[in-house]
Write a protein that binds this ligand. Structure first.
Ligand SMILES: [Mg+2]
Length: 215
């Protein structure tokens, strides 16, 4: 039986495309105010249809002959979005079912992790919330996972890590001997999960976690 379950946040407890859309819309409004050009549809299309998920602002501004001087302000505005965020439909029922029998935590690399949890109404479920950027760390290092196991005083074999992005979420927990569970949905549903990124289990929804955790 699992004693502790640690969750990734973006794409695992909520569909982070809500946040991304809100961010791109927020940045677009600032861009329009500064340049008079509305590129909302172009930015959404670049990110979600063309797979341009890195340097999206640089790419789209260049394509429209606009200066990239505004990019840092657009990135700040992106993360300053206040779009409504909702957990996945199974998130709250599963956390309710786990909370009395397992110790629960979050390990996220996402910007504004704590604020997102608050906006989702999920903060009170978690005994620990580790945001790797606050710790000058990353999920590519074992340190944040080891710290969480220490904080819970559990052995790796009694702990589960749940995530949606195999290459980022599973190599370190796998090496430590934690049980890894992939939620196959959202942006990384088709991502490769081989080698050290291979999870112990792949499931379609969080509700399947209850049987895996044996609670
Ligand atoms: Mg994720």
């Amino acid at each position: 039986m699992a004693e502790a379950i640690l969750f990734d946040l973006d794409g695992t407890l909520f569909d982070d495309r809500q946040y991304i859309r809100g961010g791109l819309r927020n940045a677009s409004s600032v861009l329009a105010a500064r340049t008079g050009v509305d590129l909302t549809d172009e930015l959404l299309d670049a990110y979600f249809e063309r797979g341009c998920t890195e340097s999206t602002f640089d790419t789209v501004l260049n394509e429209h002959g606009l200066s990239t001087e505004l990019v840092s302000e657009l990135v700040d505005t992106y993360h300053d979005n206040h779009a409504d965020l909702w957990p996945f439909p199974d998130t709250v029922p599963v956390l309710d079912a786990l909370t009395d029998s397992c110790r629960l935590g979050v390990i996220t690399g996402g910007t504004n992790g704590r604020a997102k949890l608050d906006r989702l109404g999920l903060t009170d479920y978690f005994e620990i919330v580790y945001v790797t950027t606050e710790r000058d760390s990353s999920k590519r290092s074992p340190a944040v996972f080891e710290s969480a196991l220490d904080a819970f005083d559990v052995s790796p074999t009694a702990a589960i890590y749940v995530g949606d992005r195999p290459a980022l979420d599973f190599p370190q927990p796998n090496r430590l001997g934690m049980t890894t569970v992939r939620i196959v949905r959202g942006r990384y549903a088709n991502a490769d999960a081989t080698g050290d990124a291979r999870p112990d289990y792949a499931v379609d929804g969080l509700d399947e976690l209850l049987a895996l955790a044996d609670v």
